[in-house]
Design a protein around this ligand. Structure first.
Ligand code: NAD
Length: 443
Protein backbone atom coordinates (compact mmCIF):
# COMPACT_ATOMS: atom_id res chain seq x y z
CA UNK A 1 0.00 0.00 0.00
CA UNK A 2 1.06 3.63 -0.43
CA UNK A 3 1.44 4.95 3.10
CA UNK A 4 2.42 8.32 4.51
CA UNK A 5 3.59 8.70 8.10
CA UNK A 6 3.28 12.16 9.64
CA UNK A 7 5.79 12.78 12.45
CA UNK A 8 9.16 11.03 12.40
CA UNK A 9 9.69 10.75 16.14
CA UNK A 10 10.07 7.49 18.02
CA UNK A 11 6.68 6.12 16.94
CA UNK A 12 6.64 7.55 13.41
CA UNK A 13 10.12 6.59 12.31
CA UNK A 14 9.80 3.05 13.65
CA UNK A 15 6.36 2.65 12.04
CA UNK A 16 7.63 4.08 8.75
CA UNK A 17 10.75 1.91 8.57
CA UNK A 18 8.99 -1.30 9.63
CA UNK A 19 6.05 -0.80 7.26
CA UNK A 20 8.51 -0.12 4.42
CA UNK A 21 10.37 -3.33 5.21
CA UNK A 22 7.03 -5.20 5.01
CA UNK A 23 6.68 -4.13 1.36
CA UNK A 24 4.65 -0.92 1.67
CA UNK A 25 5.66 2.21 -0.22
CA UNK A 26 6.22 4.72 2.60
CA UNK A 27 6.79 8.48 2.72
CA UNK A 28 7.69 9.97 6.11
CA UNK A 29 6.91 13.60 6.89
CA UNK A 30 8.29 15.85 9.59
CA UNK A 31 8.39 19.59 10.15
CA UNK A 32 11.92 19.11 11.49
CA UNK A 33 14.21 19.27 8.44
CA UNK A 34 17.06 17.62 10.41
CA UNK A 35 14.97 14.45 10.80
CA UNK A 36 13.91 14.52 7.13
CA UNK A 37 17.53 14.84 5.99
CA UNK A 38 18.71 12.10 8.34
CA UNK A 39 16.11 9.65 6.99
CA UNK A 40 16.88 10.53 3.36
CA UNK A 41 20.57 9.91 4.16
CA UNK A 42 19.57 6.43 5.36
CA UNK A 43 20.13 7.34 9.03
CA UNK A 44 17.78 7.01 11.98
CA UNK A 45 16.63 10.24 13.67
CA UNK A 46 16.39 8.38 17.02
CA UNK A 47 18.54 5.88 18.90
CA UNK A 48 16.81 2.49 18.92
CA UNK A 49 17.94 -1.12 18.60
CA UNK A 50 18.03 -2.18 14.87
CA UNK A 51 16.46 1.05 13.57
CA UNK A 52 19.70 2.29 11.96
CA UNK A 53 20.19 -0.82 9.81
CA UNK A 54 16.50 -0.97 8.95
CA UNK A 55 16.28 2.65 7.75
CA UNK A 56 19.53 2.31 5.78
CA UNK A 57 18.10 -0.74 4.01
CA UNK A 58 14.61 0.57 3.18
CA UNK A 59 15.93 3.96 2.03
CA UNK A 60 18.47 2.18 -0.21
CA UNK A 61 15.72 0.04 -1.83
CA UNK A 62 13.50 3.12 -2.27
CA UNK A 63 10.72 1.75 -0.02
CA UNK A 64 11.07 4.74 2.34
CA UNK A 65 11.78 8.41 1.75
CA UNK A 66 11.07 11.53 3.75
CA UNK A 67 9.88 15.06 3.05
CA UNK A 68 8.82 18.16 4.96
CA UNK A 69 5.92 18.65 2.53
CA UNK A 70 2.65 17.12 3.78
CA UNK A 71 0.89 17.72 0.47
CA UNK A 72 3.54 15.92 -1.57
CA UNK A 73 3.40 12.98 0.83
CA UNK A 74 -0.32 12.39 1.18
CA UNK A 75 -1.66 13.47 -2.20
CA UNK A 76 -1.21 9.93 -3.56
CA UNK A 77 -1.40 7.89 -0.33
CA UNK A 78 -4.01 5.26 0.42
CA UNK A 79 -3.39 5.40 4.17
CA UNK A 80 -1.97 8.24 6.31
CA UNK A 81 -0.63 7.48 9.80
CA UNK A 82 -0.54 10.41 12.22
CA UNK A 83 2.28 10.02 14.76
CA UNK A 84 2.81 13.58 16.02
CA UNK A 85 3.46 14.23 19.72
CA UNK A 86 0.74 14.82 22.32
CA UNK A 87 2.70 16.19 25.30
CA UNK A 88 1.32 17.48 28.60
CA UNK A 89 0.19 21.09 29.00
CA UNK A 90 1.49 22.83 32.16
CA UNK A 91 -1.82 22.05 33.96
CA UNK A 92 -1.57 18.33 33.12
CA UNK A 93 -4.14 18.37 30.32
CA UNK A 94 -3.30 16.77 27.00
CA UNK A 95 -1.80 19.09 24.39
CA UNK A 96 -3.60 18.49 21.09
CA UNK A 97 -2.04 21.43 19.24
CA UNK A 98 0.18 19.31 16.97
CA UNK A 99 -2.70 16.93 16.26
CA UNK A 100 -5.05 19.78 15.36
CA UNK A 101 -2.45 21.48 13.16
CA UNK A 102 -1.57 18.34 11.24
CA UNK A 103 -5.27 17.41 10.87
CA UNK A 104 -5.96 20.80 9.29
CA UNK A 105 -3.11 20.22 6.85
CA UNK A 106 -4.45 16.76 5.98
CA UNK A 107 -7.95 18.18 5.52
CA UNK A 108 -6.70 20.74 2.99
CA UNK A 109 -5.00 18.04 0.91
CA UNK A 110 -8.01 15.70 1.13
CA UNK A 111 -10.20 18.54 -0.17
CA UNK A 112 -7.98 18.79 -3.28
CA UNK A 113 -8.03 15.01 -3.71
CA UNK A 114 -11.81 15.08 -3.54
CA UNK A 115 -11.97 17.76 -6.22
CA UNK A 116 -9.65 15.65 -8.35
CA UNK A 117 -12.09 12.75 -7.94
CA UNK A 118 -9.55 10.51 -6.17
CA UNK A 119 -10.68 7.51 -4.13
CA UNK A 120 -11.03 7.74 -0.39
CA UNK A 121 -7.99 7.80 1.87
CA UNK A 122 -7.96 6.45 5.45
CA UNK A 123 -6.53 8.69 8.17
CA UNK A 124 -5.16 6.62 11.05
CA UNK A 125 -4.27 8.30 14.34
CA UNK A 126 -1.44 6.55 16.20
CA UNK A 127 -0.78 9.40 18.66
CA UNK A 128 -2.03 8.80 22.19
CA UNK A 129 -5.14 10.88 22.82
CA UNK A 130 -7.96 10.94 25.37
CA UNK A 131 -11.21 9.17 24.48
CA UNK A 132 -13.38 11.49 22.43
CA UNK A 133 -10.48 13.44 20.86
CA UNK A 134 -10.80 11.77 17.48
CA UNK A 135 -14.57 11.94 17.08
CA UNK A 136 -15.22 15.28 18.83
CA UNK A 137 -12.16 17.29 17.83
CA UNK A 138 -10.33 15.82 14.84
CA UNK A 139 -13.17 14.44 12.69
CA UNK A 140 -15.01 17.83 12.72
CA UNK A 141 -11.76 19.56 11.62
CA UNK A 142 -11.38 17.10 8.74
CA UNK A 143 -15.03 17.33 7.69
CA UNK A 144 -14.86 21.14 7.71
CA UNK A 145 -11.73 21.28 5.56
CA UNK A 146 -12.68 18.45 3.22
CA UNK A 147 -16.27 19.59 2.85
CA UNK A 148 -17.22 15.91 3.11
CA UNK A 149 -18.22 13.21 5.57
CA UNK A 150 -16.10 10.80 7.61
CA UNK A 151 -16.77 7.19 6.67
CA UNK A 152 -17.91 8.29 3.23
CA UNK A 153 -15.40 10.68 1.69
CA UNK A 154 -12.48 9.56 3.85
CA UNK A 155 -11.82 6.76 6.34
CA UNK A 156 -10.96 7.26 10.04
CA UNK A 157 -9.30 4.93 12.51
CA UNK A 158 -7.40 5.07 15.79
CA UNK A 159 -4.57 2.57 16.02
CA UNK A 160 -2.63 3.05 19.27
CA UNK A 161 1.02 2.07 19.41
CA UNK A 162 2.28 -0.26 22.14
CA UNK A 163 6.00 -0.16 21.36
CA UNK A 164 8.51 0.18 24.16
CA UNK A 165 11.39 2.53 23.41
CA UNK A 166 14.59 0.51 23.31
CA UNK A 167 12.92 -2.56 21.78
CA UNK A 168 10.44 -0.85 19.48
CA UNK A 169 11.46 -2.56 16.23
CA UNK A 170 11.16 -5.98 17.87
CA UNK A 171 7.81 -4.90 19.38
CA UNK A 172 6.55 -3.76 15.98
CA UNK A 173 7.12 -7.17 14.41
CA UNK A 174 5.95 -9.08 17.49
CA UNK A 175 3.27 -6.81 19.00
CA UNK A 176 1.52 -7.65 22.28
CA UNK A 177 -1.73 -6.93 20.41
CA UNK A 178 -3.07 -4.84 17.56
CA UNK A 179 -5.93 -2.49 18.41
CA UNK A 180 -7.96 -0.97 15.60
CA UNK A 181 -10.53 1.64 16.56
CA UNK A 182 -12.63 1.80 13.41
CA UNK A 183 -15.04 4.55 12.43
CA UNK A 184 -16.54 2.18 9.86
CA UNK A 185 -15.61 -1.36 8.69
CA UNK A 186 -13.81 -0.16 5.53
CA UNK A 187 -11.50 2.05 7.64
CA UNK A 188 -10.76 -0.93 9.91
CA UNK A 189 -10.04 -3.12 6.86
CA UNK A 190 -7.49 -0.58 5.58
CA UNK A 191 -5.59 -0.66 8.90
CA UNK A 192 -5.79 -4.46 9.14
CA UNK A 193 -4.30 -4.74 5.62
CA UNK A 194 -1.31 -2.64 6.72
CA UNK A 195 -0.29 -5.16 9.37
CA UNK A 196 -1.28 -8.29 7.47
CA UNK A 197 1.16 -11.08 8.38
CA UNK A 198 2.15 -9.80 11.84
CA UNK A 199 1.52 -12.13 14.82
CA UNK A 200 -0.71 -11.38 17.82
CA UNK A 201 -4.41 -10.91 18.39
CA UNK A 202 -6.22 -8.12 16.52
CA UNK A 203 -8.98 -6.26 18.38
CA UNK A 204 -11.38 -4.24 16.24
CA UNK A 205 -13.25 -1.84 18.50
CA UNK A 206 -15.06 1.52 18.40
CA UNK A 207 -12.77 4.57 18.10
CA UNK A 208 -13.11 5.85 21.73
CA UNK A 209 -12.46 2.33 23.06
CA UNK A 210 -9.16 2.21 21.17
CA UNK A 211 -8.22 5.61 22.59
CA UNK A 212 -9.03 4.44 26.13
CA UNK A 213 -7.13 1.12 25.83
CA UNK A 214 -3.84 3.02 25.50
CA UNK A 215 -4.58 4.89 28.75
CA UNK A 216 -5.55 1.70 30.54
CA UNK A 217 -2.20 0.18 29.55
CA UNK A 218 -0.02 3.16 30.45
CA UNK A 219 -1.84 3.92 33.69
CA UNK A 220 -1.41 0.29 34.71
CA UNK A 221 2.28 0.27 33.78
CA UNK A 222 2.81 3.34 35.96
CA UNK A 223 0.77 1.80 38.77
CA UNK A 224 2.79 -1.41 38.68
CA UNK A 225 6.12 0.41 38.89
CA UNK A 226 4.92 2.63 41.74
CA UNK A 227 3.50 -0.38 43.56
CA UNK A 228 6.73 -2.36 43.27
CA UNK A 229 8.82 0.62 44.37
CA UNK A 230 6.62 1.36 47.39
CA UNK A 231 6.69 -2.30 48.29
CA UNK A 232 10.49 -2.28 47.95
CA UNK A 233 10.77 0.75 50.26
CA UNK A 234 8.46 -0.67 52.95
CA UNK A 235 10.12 -4.09 52.80
CA UNK A 236 13.54 -2.48 53.19
CA UNK A 237 12.35 -0.53 56.25
CA UNK A 238 10.98 -3.78 57.74
CA UNK A 239 14.15 -5.72 56.99
CA UNK A 240 12.49 -7.84 54.30
CA UNK A 241 14.04 -8.66 50.90
CA UNK A 242 11.48 -7.17 48.48
CA UNK A 243 12.92 -9.14 45.57
CA UNK A 244 12.08 -12.36 47.35
CA UNK A 245 8.59 -10.99 48.02
CA UNK A 246 8.16 -10.02 44.37
CA UNK A 247 9.59 -13.34 43.15
CA UNK A 248 6.90 -15.24 45.05
CA UNK A 249 4.22 -12.76 44.05
CA UNK A 250 5.17 -13.15 40.38
CA UNK A 251 5.31 -16.93 40.56
CA UNK A 252 1.52 -16.80 40.96
CA UNK A 253 0.43 -16.46 37.35
CA UNK A 254 -3.15 -17.37 38.11
CA UNK A 255 -4.21 -14.52 40.37
CA UNK A 256 -1.40 -12.04 39.86
CA UNK A 257 -0.16 -10.38 36.71
CA UNK A 258 2.73 -10.39 34.21
CA UNK A 259 6.17 -9.33 35.46
CA UNK A 260 6.60 -6.47 32.99
CA UNK A 261 7.08 -3.16 34.86
CA UNK A 262 6.83 -5.01 38.15
CA UNK A 263 10.27 -4.95 39.76
CA UNK A 264 11.48 -2.69 42.52
CA UNK A 265 13.84 -0.28 40.78
CA UNK A 266 14.06 3.40 40.08
CA UNK A 267 11.34 5.96 39.38
CA UNK A 268 9.63 5.77 36.00
CA UNK A 269 9.62 8.56 33.43
CA UNK A 270 9.73 9.08 29.71
CA UNK A 271 7.39 10.76 27.32
CA UNK A 272 4.33 8.58 27.95
CA UNK A 273 3.64 7.26 31.44
CA UNK A 274 3.85 10.56 33.39
CA UNK A 275 1.92 12.64 30.87
CA UNK A 276 -0.70 9.97 30.24
CA UNK A 277 -1.32 9.55 33.96
CA UNK A 278 -1.50 13.34 34.36
CA UNK A 279 -3.98 13.81 31.56
CA UNK A 280 -6.13 10.88 32.69
CA UNK A 281 -6.28 12.25 36.24
CA UNK A 282 -6.99 15.73 34.88
CA UNK A 283 -9.81 14.39 32.74
CA UNK A 284 -11.25 12.45 35.71
CA UNK A 285 -11.14 15.55 37.94
CA UNK A 286 -12.90 17.62 35.30
CA UNK A 287 -15.62 14.99 35.23
CA UNK A 288 -15.85 14.95 39.07
CA UNK A 289 -14.70 11.34 39.18
CA UNK A 290 -12.56 10.53 42.20
CA UNK A 291 -9.44 8.51 41.29
CA UNK A 292 -7.37 8.36 44.48
CA UNK A 293 -5.05 5.59 43.31
CA UNK A 294 -4.30 7.06 39.90
CA UNK A 295 -3.80 10.55 41.32
CA UNK A 296 -1.20 9.23 43.76
CA UNK A 297 0.94 7.27 41.30
CA UNK A 298 3.01 10.30 40.23
CA UNK A 299 3.51 11.61 43.80
CA UNK A 300 4.61 8.06 44.70
CA UNK A 301 7.09 8.20 41.82
CA UNK A 302 8.42 11.55 43.05
CA UNK A 303 8.82 10.20 46.58
CA UNK A 304 10.89 7.36 45.18
CA UNK A 305 13.14 9.81 43.35
CA UNK A 306 13.55 11.81 46.57
CA UNK A 307 14.75 8.63 48.32
CA UNK A 308 17.68 8.52 45.88
CA UNK A 309 18.60 12.14 46.75
CA UNK A 310 18.43 11.29 50.47
CA UNK A 311 20.78 8.32 49.97
CA UNK A 312 23.35 10.65 48.38
CA UNK A 313 22.95 13.15 51.25
CA UNK A 314 23.44 10.37 53.77
CA UNK A 315 26.93 9.64 52.41
CA UNK A 316 28.09 13.20 53.27
CA UNK A 317 30.15 13.26 50.02
CA UNK A 318 30.05 16.27 47.68
CA UNK A 319 31.67 15.04 44.44
CA UNK A 320 28.95 12.99 42.75
CA UNK A 321 28.67 10.92 39.58
CA UNK A 322 25.62 9.77 37.66
CA UNK A 323 25.76 6.88 35.18
CA UNK A 324 22.74 6.98 32.85
CA UNK A 325 20.62 10.01 31.89
CA UNK A 326 18.02 8.96 29.31
CA UNK A 327 14.72 7.70 30.70
CA UNK A 328 15.77 4.10 30.16
CA UNK A 329 18.62 2.14 28.54
CA UNK A 330 18.72 1.70 24.77
CA UNK A 331 17.31 5.14 23.95
CA UNK A 332 18.54 8.73 23.86
CA UNK A 333 15.12 10.06 24.88
CA UNK A 334 15.52 12.55 27.74
CA UNK A 335 11.91 13.68 27.98
CA UNK A 336 10.75 13.50 31.62
CA UNK A 337 13.66 11.20 32.40
CA UNK A 338 13.78 10.61 36.17
CA UNK A 339 17.58 10.62 35.89
CA UNK A 340 17.43 14.16 34.45
CA UNK A 341 15.25 15.16 37.41
CA UNK A 342 17.68 13.50 39.81
CA UNK A 343 20.65 15.28 38.19
CA UNK A 344 18.81 18.59 38.46
CA UNK A 345 18.04 18.08 42.14
CA UNK A 346 21.68 17.23 42.91
CA UNK A 347 22.92 20.12 40.76
CA UNK A 348 20.50 22.45 42.57
CA UNK A 349 21.85 21.27 45.93
CA UNK A 350 25.35 22.26 44.84
CA UNK A 351 26.84 18.82 44.28
CA UNK A 352 29.92 18.75 42.05
CA UNK A 353 28.34 16.42 39.48
CA UNK A 354 29.55 14.57 36.40
CA UNK A 355 27.23 12.49 34.20
CA UNK A 356 27.82 9.77 31.61
CA UNK A 357 25.34 8.09 29.29
CA UNK A 358 26.66 6.51 26.07
CA UNK A 359 23.51 7.46 24.15
CA UNK A 360 23.53 11.04 25.39
CA UNK A 361 27.22 11.84 25.01
CA UNK A 362 27.40 15.11 23.06
CA UNK A 363 29.71 13.50 20.52
CA UNK A 364 27.04 10.87 19.67
CA UNK A 365 23.84 12.88 19.86
CA UNK A 366 21.99 13.36 16.59
CA UNK A 367 20.71 16.75 15.48
CA UNK A 368 17.28 16.79 17.10
CA UNK A 369 18.33 15.53 20.51
CA UNK A 370 21.53 17.58 20.55
CA UNK A 371 19.30 20.62 20.09
CA UNK A 372 17.02 19.37 22.88
CA UNK A 373 19.83 19.06 25.41
CA UNK A 374 21.53 22.29 24.34
CA UNK A 375 18.35 24.37 24.55
CA UNK A 376 16.37 22.64 27.34
CA UNK A 377 19.16 21.25 29.51
CA UNK A 378 22.22 23.50 29.01
CA UNK A 379 22.96 23.28 32.76
CA UNK A 380 23.34 19.48 32.39
CA UNK A 381 25.11 19.59 29.01
CA UNK A 382 28.15 21.11 30.72
CA UNK A 383 28.25 18.20 33.20
CA UNK A 384 28.40 15.46 30.55
CA UNK A 385 31.55 13.34 30.62
CA UNK A 386 32.96 11.38 27.69
CA UNK A 387 33.52 8.09 29.51
CA UNK A 388 32.47 5.99 32.51
CA UNK A 389 36.02 6.27 33.89
CA UNK A 390 35.91 10.05 33.85
CA UNK A 391 32.87 9.90 36.13
CA UNK A 392 34.27 7.16 38.39
CA UNK A 393 37.59 9.05 38.76
CA UNK A 394 35.75 12.24 39.69
CA UNK A 395 33.11 10.87 42.06
CA UNK A 396 33.18 10.16 45.78
CA UNK A 397 29.62 8.88 45.44
CA UNK A 398 28.27 7.50 42.17
CA UNK A 399 24.65 6.72 41.27
CA UNK A 400 24.17 3.87 38.81
CA UNK A 401 20.99 4.24 36.75
CA UNK A 402 21.76 2.21 33.61
CA UNK A 403 22.38 -1.40 32.65
CA UNK A 404 24.68 -0.41 29.77
CA UNK A 405 27.17 -3.37 29.70
CA UNK A 406 30.11 -0.97 29.29
CA UNK A 407 29.06 0.75 32.53
CA UNK A 408 28.45 -2.51 34.41
CA UNK A 409 31.89 -3.90 33.52
CA UNK A 410 33.63 -0.68 34.66
CA UNK A 411 32.06 -0.55 38.13
CA UNK A 412 34.57 -1.17 40.94
CA UNK A 413 34.07 -3.80 43.65
CA UNK A 414 34.60 -3.94 47.39
CA UNK A 415 34.69 -0.24 48.17
CA UNK A 416 37.58 0.25 45.75
CA UNK A 417 36.36 3.57 44.30
CA UNK A 418 33.38 5.80 44.99
CA UNK A 419 30.41 4.77 47.13
CA UNK A 420 28.03 3.16 44.65
CA UNK A 421 24.31 3.91 44.91
CA UNK A 422 22.52 1.25 42.90
CA UNK A 423 19.28 2.73 41.59
CA UNK A 424 18.24 -0.17 39.40
CA UNK A 425 19.16 -3.38 41.23
CA UNK A 426 22.30 -4.32 39.30
CA UNK A 427 22.58 -7.87 37.93
CA UNK A 428 25.21 -8.62 40.64
CA UNK A 429 23.36 -6.73 43.40
CA UNK A 430 23.07 -9.82 45.60
CA UNK A 431 26.89 -10.28 45.62
CA UNK A 432 27.52 -6.56 46.12
CA UNK A 433 25.08 -6.23 49.00
CA UNK A 434 27.67 -7.26 51.60
CA UNK A 435 30.47 -5.17 50.06
CA UNK A 436 31.53 -1.91 51.73
CA UNK A 437 30.65 1.25 49.79
CA UNK A 438 27.52 -0.20 48.15
CA UNK A 439 24.03 1.15 48.78
CA UNK A 440 20.90 -0.10 47.03
CA UNK A 441 17.77 1.98 46.45
CA UNK A 442 15.78 -1.00 45.29
CA UNK A 443 16.24 -3.94 47.62
P1 NAD B 1 8.08 12.59 19.14
O1 NAD B 1 7.97 13.92 19.81
O2 NAD B 1 9.35 11.82 19.24
O3 NAD B 1 7.78 12.78 17.59
C1 NAD B 1 6.76 13.57 17.09
C2 NAD B 1 7.24 14.13 15.76
O4 NAD B 1 6.17 14.80 15.12
C3 NAD B 1 8.37 15.15 15.90
O5 NAD B 1 9.48 14.73 15.12
C4 NAD B 1 7.76 16.45 15.35
O6 NAD B 1 8.71 17.26 14.70
C5 NAD B 1 6.71 15.89 14.40
N1 NAD B 1 5.63 16.83 14.06
C6 NAD B 1 4.97 17.70 14.85
N2 NAD B 1 4.05 18.36 14.12
C7 NAD B 1 4.14 17.91 12.85
C8 NAD B 1 3.45 18.21 11.64
N3 NAD B 1 2.49 19.14 11.60
N4 NAD B 1 3.79 17.55 10.53
C9 NAD B 1 4.77 16.60 10.56
N5 NAD B 1 5.46 16.28 11.67
C10 NAD B 1 5.14 16.93 12.80
O7 NAD B 1 6.84 11.74 19.65
P2 NAD B 1 6.76 10.14 19.84
O8 NAD B 1 7.50 9.74 21.06
O9 NAD B 1 7.05 9.49 18.55
O10 NAD B 1 5.20 9.99 20.17
C11 NAD B 1 4.21 10.28 19.20
C12 NAD B 1 2.85 9.90 19.76
O11 NAD B 1 2.81 8.49 20.01
C13 NAD B 1 2.50 10.58 21.08
O12 NAD B 1 1.12 10.79 21.12
C14 NAD B 1 2.89 9.55 22.12
O13 NAD B 1 2.15 9.72 23.31
C15 NAD B 1 2.52 8.25 21.39
N6 NAD B 1 3.31 7.09 21.79
C16 NAD B 1 4.64 7.18 22.07
C17 NAD B 1 5.35 6.04 22.41
C18 NAD B 1 6.83 6.11 22.75
O14 NAD B 1 7.34 5.12 23.29
N7 NAD B 1 7.53 7.20 22.45
C19 NAD B 1 4.71 4.80 22.45
C20 NAD B 1 3.36 4.72 22.12
C21 NAD B 1 2.67 5.87 21.79
Amino acid sequence: MRVSVLGLGYVGCVSAACLASMGHEVIGVDVNQVKVDLVNDGKAPVVEERIGELIAEVVRTGALRATADVREAIMDSEVTLVCVGTPSEPNGSLCTTYLERVTEEIGAVLADRRQRGDGRQTIVFRSTMLPGTCLNLLVPILEKHVGGTAGVDFGIAVNPEFLREGTSVRDFFDPPKTVIGEFDPASGDAVAALYDGLPGEVFRVPVPTAEAIKYADNAFHGLKIGFANELGAVCHALGVDSHQVIDVFLADRKLNISPAYLRPGFAFGGSCLPKDLRSLVHAAQRADVSVPILSHVLPSNSAHLQRAVELVERTGKRRAGLLGLSFKPGTDDLRESPLVELAERLFGKGYDLKIYDANVSLSRLLGANREYIETRLPHLAQLLADSVDEVLDHAEVCLVGTRDPAVLSALPHGGDGPVLIDLIHLPDADARRTEPGYMGLAW
